[in-house]
Design a protein around this ligand. Structure first.
Ligand code: NAP
Length: 498
């Protein structure tokens, strides 16, 4: 299967428009069955330096290409992504494990982002404003930053990369991209597509390898002026502190402890559907996954009963089989982390209603599968209600009122996504105002962001920047204020105004 979908047994770096090997390689494993799919380079400092040198040269010319022409490359890339959607989705399921339906959705996000950012080639708006002096013109405009570094995680191997690289490219930057070592295939395919779409050599460089090697060198490199990172809180904090030392711009998108609130007036059928999809889709390995359910005590029992019925129906297995709704966990370490939290939940006194174990029947041999899990009677301060588990585990917290629900939702260190199911219009408006997260859903689950809106979170989820949406351009551009005086004399602002 792998060989029929992928043209090579060994991926290579993409540096200055050439496909080049690195000194070492490692295996890419299919999490559904433990099979080796392909070899991926383990690059080192020399590879990063070559990529940065190429990017520096290429960026000077790329910045001078009119933005609508730069955008043409993204239009073509979008078209190629569209034509190859099914093949890319299958490769994505093989390297990451998410079920095919979700993999198709992720590739679609890349397509949408390509067309959306291509449109920005004819906008990239600045402002013209009145000047305070006569015969003077003033405006602000976006300028590219230069060479930018992108570091992406394994759970969205293509979508997140397009949220970052497409705005960077259309704005006139050159990019060094380090994909996650676990999921490099879609990165390789996306680079092929951009090459085919006519992106000049050196504008995009893909350097595969470990975060501790390639990523770390990128963060320390003096010629990379921006780091846009998505991944864990721990890695993000370390990157931010080094970037702070260098006064390097850094955009961080990190973890979440997202909650769905179900009020006593909610449409319970809808809420159950939203919870199942948001909590167990991608086996809970989404930064926006619902890992808490906050429920009004009057509907708690009903909700639990309905959830148990739906959990029972979930089919688990290799995502390439379209009968399966829940795929594997990315690797053994991920599985062990989830198991550890099950133990913590038990010790904390939470009530385990469903799941809580590794699936190890013959059909799951060599894969990493975890049963969809439901803890109830959790208190807000338990570790399973506070920490990111990154697996198919719900911690259900009962509350007595709307106000308490908001308080519990906000009482965590993260602030990515939140949702409320209610039919009360007053609660809808209060919730969208008071939920302290970067993304709020009403009568929908915590997942399903659209690419033309800003993506990111408050508090420990990030550092105030946003991926996707027009806001992503702020990460990859500098604002420049321009004053043009056509009075023929020296006019002094704030002094010659009377
Ligand atoms: P991770 O371990 O932090 O890795 C993320 C990326 O950083 C990988 O490419 C990794 O490389 C690299 N990296 C690791 N150490 C590094 C270092 N010292 N310097 C530079 N780069 C380094 O996170 P993950 O486990 O892959 O991803 C899961 C996390 O991402 C979860 O916490 C999830 O919530 C978060 N996430 C957040 C969002 C969001 O937008 N808020 C979206 C998706 C995921 P290697 O793995 O190749 O070594």
């Amino acid at each position: 299967m792998a060989q029929s979908l992928i043209e090579t047994e060994k991926l290579t770096n993409f540096i200055n428009g050439e496909w080049v090997e690195a000194a070492d390689t490692t295996e890419v494993i299919n999490p559904a069955n433990g099979e080796t799919i392909v070899q991926v380079p383990l690059s080192d400092e020399r590879d990063v330096n070559r990529a940065v040198d190429a990017a520096k040269q290429a960026q000077k010319e790329w910045a001078l290409v009119p933005a609508p022409q730069r955008a043409e490359v993204l239009f073509k890339a979008g078209q190629l992504l569209k034509e190859r959607k099914e093949r890319l989705a299958r490769l994505l399921t093989m390297e990451n494990g998410k079920v095919l339906e979700e993999a198709r959705g992720e590739v679609q996000e890349g397509i949408d982002m390509a067309f959306y950012m291509a449109g920005e080639g004819r906008r990239l708006f600045g402002h013209t404003t009145p000047a305070e002096l006569p015969n003077k013109f003033s405006m602000s405009q976006r300028a590219p930053v230069g060479v930018v570094g992108i570091i992406t995680p394994w759970n969205f191997p293509i979508a997140i990369a397009t949220w970052k690289s497409f705005p960077a490219i259309v704005a006139g930057n050159a990019v060094i991209w380090k994909p996650a070592t676990e999921t490099p295939i879609l990165a390789y395919e996306l680079a092929k597509i951009l090459e085919e779409a006519g992106l000049p050599n050196g504008v995009l460089n893909v350097v595969f390898g470990k975060g501790s090697a390639v990523g770390d060198v990128m963060v320390h490199h003096g010629d990379i002026r921006v780091i846009s990172f998505t991944g864990s809180n721990e890695t993000g904090r370390n990157i931010a502190s080094e970037c702070g030392r260098q006064l390097k711009k850094v955009s961080l998108e990190m973890g979440g402890k997202n909650a769905i609130t179900v009020m006593d007036d909610a449409d319970l059928d809808l809420a159950v559907e939203g919870i199942i999809w948001s909590a167990y889709g991608t086996s809970g390995q989404r930064c926006t996954a619902a890992s808490r359910v906050i429920v009004h005590e009057d509907v708690k029992q009903q909700l639990e009963e309905r959830l148990l019925v739906e959990i029972e129906k979930l089919t688990i297995g290799d995502g390439l089989d379209e009968a399966n709704k829940v795929g594997p966990i990315i690797n053994k370490a991920g599985l062990e982390k989830i198991q550890n939290y099950i133990q913590i939940g038990r010790e904390e006194g939470a009530n385990l209603l469903a799941g809580g174990y590794v699936l190890d029947d013959e059909q799951y041999a060599n894969g990493h599968y975890f049963a969809p899990t439901l803890f109830t009677d959790c208190t807000p301060d338990m570790r399973i209600s506070q920490e990111e588990i990154f697996g198919p585990v719900i911690s259900l917290v009962p509350v007595k009122s709307f106000e308490e629900a908001i308080q519990v939702n906000n009482g965590v260190s993260f602030g990515l996504s939140s949702s409320i199911f209610t039919t009360d219009a007053n609660r809808v408006f209060k919730a969208q105002r008071d939920l302290d997260t970067g993304i709020v859903y009403v009568n929908a689950g915590t997942t399903g962001a659209e690419i033309h809106l800003p993506f990111g979170g408050t508090k420990g989820t990030g550092n105030g920047h946003r991926d996707s949406g027009v806001q992503a351009l702020d990460v990859f551009t500098e604002w420049k204020a321009v004053y043009i005086d056509y009075s023929g004399k020296l006019q002094r602002a704030q002094i010659d105004t009377e």
